[in-house]
Design a protein around this ligand. Sequence first.
Ligand code: S3P
Length: 168
Amino acid sequence: MIQNIFLIGFMGVGKSTVARFLRDHYRMSLVEMDEQIESQEGRTISQIFAESGEEYFRSLETKLLLTLAQEKSTVVSCGGGVPMRPENVAAMRQSGKIVYLCAAPEEIYMRVKNSHTRPLLEGHMSVDYIENLMKKRLPKYLEAADITVATDRKSVQEICTEILASVS
Ligand code: S3P
């Protein structure tokens, strides 16, 4: 049995794509944290941020992670801010491996520039902004990660093979 895999990393790095591939090809269950929170709340992430604030959203993430720690053979596509809270990292570490997916800010920008689902990037859509936020978050991503996998110029198959070779 494959243990739980928590995919962490910046918005747009490809966590959801990798998570779906692991579900489809390696018989893992999939939890997409943002989707689960949206369906629990009956509101989009943007609405939650606008109506209830970021801290409220962060507490929903923590609550969800604590319940996910009971799962087995599950790949969890985490929201980009999840590793910023030490209690989230502890919950992930307790029940699986933490995989940090990374990519260059230019690559991230290309992937997210036309999207309007991420409140933290709304009105700040530039390579510079992404690079600065990424730099601020990097120490927490690296501290949390059991393994780091660069996604630039790799196929999703290559990324998943790399992940599974390290976690199983
Ligand atoms: C966030 C990332 C988003 C979502 C929310 C906040 C972040 O998820 O959870 O907009 O703080 O980086 P994705 O990383 O799946 O885009």
